[in-house]
Structure formats: C-alpha cells, structure tokens
Design a protein around this ligand. Structure first.
Ligand code: ZN
Length: 475
C-alpha cells in the first residue's frame, strides 16, 4: 500500500468542540487510522488528505465505560416496583424482614434468571447493550454469573451463556470485559437457595478450567473487543480458600478482579460472624486487594477500610441508580475522593441505563445526606469516573481521546434542549448534570460508527426481539 493510500484510509472527525485534557477545545480534528487507533489530534487547518467527517453542531467526548453490568437483569425493569410482601409475612428463609428490600428483590430476580434460555440471554443482553450504546457507553464490564441450564447441569459448552453475552456485545458494537463469576455457595451457614443452581461452580479448579476455556476462545479472536476477567461474587458466595485460589490465578495471568463488597449491612455482619473481620478487612489482611481489584458498591465500609483501598490502589465501582432503586445506601464517595481511591461507575441491575445519571447521582446522594452542595468537586471529576477510571477498572483501552488509544467516542448535540445555551467552559457541567440521553447523537467504537443521528444500526431488530422475549417471559 502506498503512503497516499495510507493517508486516504485515515478518517478525520471534525466536531465543533472536542473534550481533551479536561476541557473543550474548538477547531480540533480527531484522526484515526483504518485499525481504529487515534493517530493524532490536530488543528483542522493542518489536515492533509484524510477523509473528513464533519460533525456539525456537536461536542465530542470519550466513550463512557460501564464497569458493572448484569445484562440479563434488563428483563426485570419495571417488574419489581411494587410491594411483594405483607407485614409479618416474609417469604424469605433466614431473613426476618417484613418489608421489601434488596433481599426480596433478589428472589424476584432469581425467578427471572431461572427461566432464560441461551437465546433469551442473547436477546436480553443485546437490549441492555443497545441502550448503553445509545447513551454513549462504548465498553462494558459484564459481571456474568448465569452459567448452567436451569436445572444446574452444565451445558455441553460450559461457557455457552458467557459466549451469548459476548456475541450480543459484539453485535451491538461494544467492547466487553466478560468478568466470569465464581459462585460456590448461598452463604455462611445458609441453606442452599433452590433458585441458584445456574450460578454454582463449587470447585475452584473447575471454575478456573472454564475461565481458561473462555479466555482461550476470546484471545483467539485477536482483537481488543472482548476479554476475560475474574469475578468472585462476594464474600458471602465464595469461601476464603476458593477466593485465595482464584485471586492468585488472576494475579498470575494479569486479569482484572471484580467483587461485590459491602452492598448490604447483612452481608457485612455475616462476614464478621464467619471471619471476625469486615469484608474489606478480610480482603486486606489476606493480601487480596491490589490495583487489579475493583470493589463493587463498597457502601457499608468502616473508616479503616478506606485507607486499605487507597494503599493498595484498589478501585471502587459505585452504581448509584441501582443502589437507590434497591435501597442499598449511599457510597461514601467524598471519603474515597479525599483519600485518592479511584471511583468508577456501573449501571448494575439496569433499573435505568444512563451512566451520566449515575455520575450525577454519585454527587446528589451526598448532597441529600449532608445538606451541602458541590460535595465531590465538580463535573470533570465525575466524568473521569465514567471514563478513565472505568477503563482502568475493566482493562479497556479507551476512556480518553489520546494518541494510541482507540477512537471510541460519542457526540452531544449542542442544540439539544437539555443543554442549549451552555458555553464551552460550563458545557461539561451541563452535560454531566442535565443532559438528556436524547442529546447523544453519534457513537463510534474503534473508528466505526454504531449510532448515528441517535439511532443504532440494528435498533429495530433488537427492540422487536426483546419485546417478544418479555411477552413470553411474563405472560
Ligand atoms: Zn452487581
């Protein structure tokens, strides 16, 4: 290929404003080569023969990274927003509760999880990922724990369902970290929950064998679109020996480790009962925290826990739209920020999929709790949670518009009613605190458009199939 042909295969994207180095700049072009990598960010008048794509009346921002998702839970949206129990009549074993909570919601979630076929998992995942793409998300960390057939028997391919989720992400065009979940038991001194057999792999050797199989399969594709990570579900679901073994494997193979930590007070008290330590104290004293580790939720933590996370450079993943939906509590992000613990964001249960809403809720929950304003220090830090911190958490190559990173970005229409009138120096605050998802107009992953003019390329098919699934599932 001649040098000229190389230049001609390059694309120069020309928005009105481009978010780089923590601010919006005018008159810059983002140039990527055929592989989808950014090769320069340069003034538009310095371009040569690159193919130009003018993005008029648009601001361009790095694609957001959704660090915590359970894609199949998209089927539950709107189906659990009612009282499921009467006072004094809890249907739950081991939980003396008489009101709706995370634990009653979990039973409803399990009942949906037991009914999904492999095709259903694909259709539900595609719906969740499509909605993410429409909101400017370009990579997702999928915390995947549906492994077996409904009766608990492994499929012929033990990674069948994981591969359906990866296929869904590829078809929508998102990058995906498939964080394969280890789930060994219902909990400490807890009877087996009959709705959990699809999740359980009791033997860590078997779990790791299945991780290896999946990793080999994804590595074979040889792209940066899908990779594997380790996800011990929680201290409740994974006993300590098992946890040590899978963490050692992750460290040896340099894989990311994600774990639910301290989402609910009951989980913390069960851990104290079993180990005499809180979950973070247990992870720290066992040497399991590291910069590879992401603690999902980390809400009910003691003051001592935060320096442990800071010292080990572990990351916290907050999921505020889910946490408010489930009544989990408020992530102490102010303390995490003060002590330099990186916080990333996830849409988790998909009660709503809008990562900018998660970003603003991280701040707003603290305002309500503390009766203060501007607790966390501004829109740029919140946007970092949705981008660079998420990329570090799941090991994605994107998160910023810089040379060498992939051209993963989204655009915002500057005339959208939700942000109209913003000036460049307060545009990011308008976007983070007020933009509607309808303001997202183009989404590009690895230089390839997946959303244009606010419409995804395969949107109609995805929505139609999902409507059919929901009818089957709930009628
Ligand atoms: Zn979760």
């Amino acid at each position: 290929m001649s040098a000229d042909a190389n230049i001609e295969s390059r694309i120069a994207w020309l928005p009105d404003l481009l978010y780089i180095g923590g601010q919006f700049e005018r008159g810059l072009a983002l140039v990527c080569e055929a592989s989808g990598a950014i090769i320069k960010v340069a003034p538009a008048d310095q371009l040569t023969d690159e193919k130009r794509v003018r993005l008029a009346n648009r601001a361009m921002l790095p694609g957001m990274i959704n660090a915590h998702s359970h894609a199949f839970q998209r089927v539950l949206r709107g189906r659990t927003e009612y009282r499921s129990i009467r006072a004094g009549a809890s249907p739950l074993p081991n939980h003396e509760v008489d009101r709706d909570s995370f634990w009653t919601w979990r039973e409803m979630m399990y009942s949906a999880a037991t009914r999904l076929t492999p095709d259903d998992v694909y259709d539900a995942s595609r719906m969740a990922f499509l909605e993410m793409a429409l909101g400017g998300i370009t990579a997702v960390g999928e915390f995947h724990y549906l492994h077996h057939a409904p009766d608990g028997v492994p499929y012929d391919d033990p990674n069948l369902l994981a591969k359906e989720v990866v296929r869904a992400a590829r078809d929508v065009g998102l990058r995906i970290a498939l964080l394969r979940v280890a789930y060994a038991r219902s909990g400490y001194q807890t009877e087996v929950n009959p709705r959990q057999p699809r999740f359980i792999e009791r033997d860590p050797a078997l779990y790791l064998k299945n991780v290896e199989g999946l990793k080999a399969d994804l590595d074979q594709a040889g792209d940066e679109a899908a990779w594997v990570g380790i996800a011990p579900h929680s201290v409740r679901a994974v006993p300590l020996d098992y946890l040590r073994e899978v963490t050692a494997y992750a460290n040896e193979h340099q894989l990311k480790i994600h774990m639910h930590v301290a989402e609910q007070p009951a989980e913390v008290s069960a851990c104290v009962e079993e180990y005499g330590r809180t979950p973070i104290a247990l992870l720290d004293t066992e040497g399991l925290l590291s910069e590879r580790f992401t603690a999902v939720h980390a809400i009910h933590v003691t003051p001592k826990a935060i320096p442990s996370l800071a010292r080990t450079r572990a990351i916290v993943c907050a999921c505020p739209t889910t946490e408010r939906n489930l009544g989990d509590g408020v992530v102490p992000a102010d303390e995490y920020f003060k002590q330099d613990v990186a916080v990333c964001l996830g849409t988790d249960s998909h009660a709503q999929i809008d990562l900018l809403e998660d970003a603003r809720e991280l701040e707003y929950h603290l305002r309500l709790q503390k009766l203060e304003r501007a607790v966390l220090g501004g829109a740029a830090l919140l946007f970092d949670c949705a981008t660079t911190n998420g990329a570090r958490s799941i090991g994605a190559a994107g998160g910023a518009l810089e040379v060498g990173r992939p051209a993963d970005f989204f655009t915002i229409a500057l005339d959208d009613p939700s942000i109209a009138g913003a000036a460049p120096d307060n545009l990011l605050a308008s976007i983070v605190f007020a933009s509607s998802r309808a303001a997202v107009r183009e989404v590009v992953v690895g230089g390839k458009p997946i959303v244009s003019e606010g419409q995804h390329l395969i949107q109609d098919d995805v929505v139609e199939r999902f409507n059919e699934l929901q009818k089957r599932l709930w009628n």
